[in-house]
Design a protein around this ligand. Sequence first.
Ligand code: HEC
Length: 130
Amino acid sequence: MLLAGLTAASASFAFGNDIPAVNPLAGDPQAAQAGEELFGRNCQQCHNSRGKGGKGPQLVKGAWGPGGANSDGYMYGIIANGRPNTQMGGFGPALKPEEIWQIIAFLREEAKRVKAAEKAKAGAEDDLWF
Ligand code: HEC
């Protein structure tokens, strides 16, 4: 059953230029774990550990945060094609579509952790007043 599911998922990566708006690997913990490793090797030197931002912008808050304006498909396009005339190069040639989705799965999970941590912190600060 699981294998059949995986095969179907990999087959859907083959449909060329038609980028899905939603990550086909969203919420898959194994994909996020693979993405964390890929992020460390390919992106961290500019976007800092866990995408919190450095030389390159942060990728886990605001419009990139949970429910934010930037869709998975939009993120995919930037990672695959890069931003012309910036340090953000295109990873389309270097990474497989599945690997790009794994990185996105990681960043989205990390965004949820960041939001939860901020909420907990805000809660703790509110508590000081009572
Ligand atoms: C050599 C440095 C560098 C590397 C490596 C790099 N980036 Fe970037 N990235 C940048 C910079 C600089 C920008 C901002 C470009 C601009 O001015 O629009 C950017 C922009 C982005 C954006 C758009 C952010 C926004 O808010 O507009 C995304 C998404 C992104 N990078 C993802 C990645 C991912 C994922 C990887 C790894 C596969 C990666 N980047 C690797 C430097 C880098």
